[in-house]
Design a protein around this ligand. Sequence first.
Ligand SMILES: [Zn+2]
Length: 78
Amino acid sequence: MKHARWFRDASGRGITITTSKRGRPIIKIEGRRFFKKRVLGLKAHWKCSSHHHLGCRAVLHTLDDNMTIIKCYNVHNH
Ligand SMILES: [Zn+2]
């Protein structure tokens, strides 16, 4: 887990930013993993790591610094 960074957001949630084995950015928040789905201008959309095989709908939106969370729907079906 190289380059991992840890911080707390304004709500006090512990957040880790790291990279997957394939070198993709990962955000871990409250034990859940999110992968970067797409970038829209200055925003990035992240989906739960179980989005594909479980259809989990939890999402994060961040600014493109990957550290400013502007939306957090951290509700999971698993
Ligand atoms: Zn999930």
